[in-house]
Ligand binder design. Sequence first.
Ligand code: ZN
Length: 148
Amino acid sequence: MLLFCRCGQAMTLSFRMLVFENMYQIDLVPILECEDCSTYELIPSFKQDVTKLLAELKEQQREGRVIFTSVNELASVLYDVYKSGQELLEVSSFNAFLIEKCEERINLLLDLYGYASKEGDADWMEAISFRLSSLSSFVKKRQFLETK
Ligand SMILES: [Zn+2]
């Protein structure tokens, strides 16, 4: 099953910059886009993360551009998939494919963690655990795109 827009066209994965209150810019946010009626929607799995990030930016009064894929590990994996030209929006195979990519990233981060631990770099270890935690919770849930 593909994900469809209200107009009946299949939607495609894309990334765009979202601007809030003309002040806070979050770039490379994963969206689903319909080229036919040029509407787009934020992927539901990321809604909470974007809201949380925006609240943090407001609290720090940090204007300017933040790259979502550099603060959100799952978005970063998804962006790699997007850049490699995968246009898989068949929901079940996309979920499986993304989980596989996340597992690859987790293994990479675990290697990095081992290295950081050997170096005794506590800050680095903490940063890596943070990146790992969001991916592991996604892999456990095994659900990314939901069918409507
Ligand atoms: Zn449409």
